[in-house]
Each structure stands twice: as structure tokens, then as C-alpha cells.
Design a protein around this ligand. Structure first.
Ligand code: FMN
Length: 270
């Protein structure tokens, strides 16, 4: 499927059929996960299949998800980060979106679930012990059919003007310049990436032949998980428009503009 269509049409699935995913498909997804671990960094993260969704749901009911609203699905995949560094979280999130893309090919729905505030002992019991930590799990299963007569509300997205700047944070870039540089579609579609609480903390600065990714801090925290997710979609959308490249992670001091703090994450050559 075209990456632009994939991004435009993707949505988190919160209602699943009460039906297990076939053994064959589940194995294919997990085998692909193993490949991704090796490719992106098995020293940074690993995926754990939590096959018994009932057990996970019962254990995390009232504890996992936004305000303890747990999502019920036949299976879950835990993202275990092997250390708490920025790079491990970013790589893990990037890899999880790659796995989600594969799951979608098998008509599976998914939804990230935050379990940051769940007790460490409970997480260990769920995952049969852990070397690192699990702050996010992915619900995975067959989505319940949508009623074609009911238009479901879309999660809203910021506009391109709100997230793309020229040369420095806060300095607007014209739609014409983005169009002339062939970047309009790229920024239009990456906005559909999922983010925690739909916060969409990503901001991009176009500077000469580079795009710099910065993340807006919320309550003095930067969500590296959201950084990894947007980096995955950005690279894939860029490839789709003929710009091949990879993000380089950068280390720069945080900046504060008009009372908002931003962290520098990476650079992409265009
Ligand atoms: C890191 C992360 C954590 C999330 N945690 C939850 C969650 O705990 N519960 C939930 O219902 N949705 C969760 N979501 C889904 C987001 O709310 C959703 O992606 C966002 O609102 C945009 O909606 P969409 O994915 O349907 O486009 C999470 C998403 C991400 C990326």
C-alpha cells in the first residue's frame, strides 16, 4: 500500500473481535519482529508476545491505558527497552511502527497502550521476567467491523503551519516554498502519525538542505517514544517521494522559545 494512503487511513483500533489471530499469522508477525530487532538494535529493545490477551487484560484493567482505561484485545506485544537511554526508546518506537505496518498487511488492527505507571512487579509477572522495562504494549487483533452508516470522529491533527518552521523555531515557512521544494506531501501525511495522548509534539525546522526534528516538552518531559514514531513515518514518506535518507540523532542543548521548551532530536538531509 502507498505510504501516503497508509498514513491517511491508519487509526488506532480500540475494539477487537473476540477471536484469536491465526497461529500462522501471529508467527509471521513475531518472526518479522525478530528480524527488526536485529536490524535496528537488539541491544536496545526487544518485542515480547503476550499471547494470552485475557490474562493481560484482567491484570491491567484499571491500571494500563489512559487513566486506567485498558483496551481489550486477543493478544498484546510488549516493547521491552533494555535501558532507559534516549536512543533505545527512539529505536524501540521506530521498530514498533515498522512492526505495526507489517501487522496492517495482515488486516490486523493495533493500538499503543501506555503502562508507564503500572507497578514494576506486575509488569515482570506479565512478561515472565524482564531484563529492561516495558512502558508500552501494543494491542493487536482483528478489528470489529465498522458501521458504514456511522462516520467515526477522526483524531484531529495540527496543520502544517503549526509544525514546520524555517531556519528557527517559530518562524513560519510559506506553503509555496514547501511546494517548490517538493515537501508539501511529506509534511501533510506525516501529521497522521500516532502520538501519545495525540499530543503531536513534533516540530520540524527546514534549514538549508537539512530538516531538523525537535520535540516540544510537556511538563518538562520529552516523549522520545513519539520521536521514534515520527522518524519512522518521515523516512518512509520521504522514500515514497523519492528522497532516501535516514535520521541522524543529534545532541544539542534544549531551547526555550516563548516559554515553551524544545529538545533537539535529529537531522535529515534532503
Ligand atoms: C506512545 C503511545 C501511547 C498511547 N497510549 C494509548 C493508551 O494508553 N490508550 C489509548 O486509548 N490510546 C493510546 N494511544 C493512541 C493515541 O491516543 C492515538 O494514536 C492518537 O490519539 C491519534 O489517534 P489515531 O491513532 O487513531 O490516529 C497511544 C499512542 C502512542 C503513540
Amino acid at each position: 500500500m502507498l505510504m501516503s494512503n497508509f498514513l491517511r487511513d491508519r487509526k488506532s483500533t480500540r475494539e477487537y473481535k473476540n477471536k484469536e489471530v491465526s497461529k500462522d499469522i501471529l508467527e509471521k508477525v513475531i518472526d518479522y519482529g525478530k528480524e527488526i530487532e536485529k536490524e535496528i538494535g537488539d541491544e536496545n529493545f526487544r518485542f515480547l508476545l503476550l499471547k494470552n490477551g485475557d490474562k493481560v487484560y484482567k491484570t491491567l484493567e484499571g491500571k494500563g491505558g489512559y487513566s486506567g482505561v485498558m483496551i481489550k484485545s486477543p493478544h498484546y506485544i510488549a516493547l521491552e527497552t533494555l535501558d532507559s537511554s534516549r536512543d533505545s526508546i527512539i529505536k524501540g518506537a521506530y521498530a514498533m511502527e515498522k512492526l505495526i505496518t507489517k501487522a496492517t498487511e495482515y488486516s490486523l488492527g493495533t493500538c499503543w497502550i501506555s503502562i508507564e505507571n503500572v507497578d514494576g512487579q506486575i509488569k515482570k509477572e506479565l512478561c515472565n521476567n524482564l531484563d529492561g522495562d516495558v512502558n508500552y504494549i501494543l494491542a493487536i487483533g482483528y478489528p470489529t467491523p465498522k458501521n458504514p452508516f456511522i462516520q467515526e470522529p477522526d483524531s484531529c491533527r495540527l496543520s502544517i503551519e503549526d509544525i514546520v518552521y524555517k531556519d528557527e523555531i517559530g518562524k513560519n515557512i510559506s506553503a509555496e516554498e514547501l511546494e517548490n521544494r517538493g515537501l508539501s506531501d511529506l509534511f501533510f501525511y506525516v501529521r497522521f502519525a500516532p502520538s501519545s495522548f495525540n499530543n503531536q509534539p513534533w516540530r520540524f525546522i527546514l534549514k538549508d538542505s537539512k530538516i531538523i526534528l525537535i520535540l516540544m516538552k510537556e511538563e518538562d518531559k520529552v516523549s522520545f517514544i513519539d520521536a521514534g514514531i515520527i522518524m519512522y513515518y518521515f523516512e518512509n514518506m520521504a522514500t515514497a517521494i523519492g528522497v532516501t535518507g535516514k535520521w541522524n540523532l543529534i545532541n544539542c542543548e534544549d531551547v526555550e522559545v516563548n516559554g515553551t521548551s524544545y529538545s533537539y532530536i535529529g537531522e535529515f538531509n534532503i
